[in-house]
Design a protein around this ligand. Structure first.
Ligand SMILES: [Zn+2]
Length: 225
């Protein structure tokens, strides 16, 4: 975030899909850095209940005089529900299938409208972005993803590693593309690549055979939705 010049003070909400280390170990470091930078605004974390149990003792040990509040919001990854909504965005969970309880997130961007006559305020949904990681191929999520503008779907493995993929409950690039095609999404971004495959164009080619409008997620790159 610092390398990209993002304003960390404006980060108020963090959504954690599941509690595998590569998806949550960074939180403690992030909070320590924010504390050292003098943050005072509260931080909201949406995650499985176990995250607070794991993280709170470490926070108390490493940051006993922490100057900002961390508020944990428990989510049930098995249930599709709205977990956050404000003036500009609504966030809904997408139940996924992985080794541990896991859900994706569907972000709806709103546009606030005010009726000139009645003064009534309504919200028109503009863009929808879905984040699905980590998960094995799960067709039942397709109706929820129908027509989203951008879908990020994990593609940890290529076709060559299909048995390993099943075992670890991940998806291949082709499976991610199949979900994108069935849900008629605008664009698919794939990522979360296994370190077993150095050449990421293999993921891209296998996905594009099913869903041509696929691009690779690249660290520190910005994508227009
Ligand atoms: Zn995982």
């Amino acid at each position: 975030m610092r390398q990209m010049g993002l304003k960390t003070a404006r980060l108020y909400n963090i959504f954690i899909s599941h509690l595998h280390g590569d998806h949550c170990f960074g939180l403690l470091g992030l909070m320590t850095t924010f504390d050292m930078m003098g943050r005072t605004q509260p931080m909201h974390i949406y995650a499985h209940a176990d995250l607070e149990k794991l993280l709170r003792p470490m926070m108390n040990y490493h940051m006993p005089e922490m100057k900002f509040e961390v508020i944990f919001h428990t989510i049930n990854p098995r249930k599709k529900e709205v977990i956050f909504s404000d003036r500009t965005v609504t966030v809904e969970t997408i139940p996924l299938k992985h080794k541990v309880p896991c859900c994706g997130f569907l972000f709806y961007e709103h546009h606030r409208q005010k009726d000139a006559v009645t003064g009534e305020i309504s919200y028109e949904t503009r863009k929808r972005y879905a984040y699905c990681s980590d998960t094995m191929y799960k067709e039942s999520i397709v109706p929820q993803l129908e027509g989203v503008d951008v879908l990020f779907h994990e593609s940890t493995f290529t076709d060559e590693w299909e048995s390993r993929c099943k075992l670890t409950m991940h998806s291949t690039a082709r499976q991610a593309a199949t979900i994108a095609q069935q849900a008629h999404v605008g664009q698919l971004i794939i990522g979360h690549y296994s370190s077993r495959e150095d050449d990421h164009t293999v993921f891209l080619h296998q996905a594009q055979e099913v869903f041509p409008n696929t691009i690779l997620a690249v660290e520190r790159q910005t994508y227009e939705i």
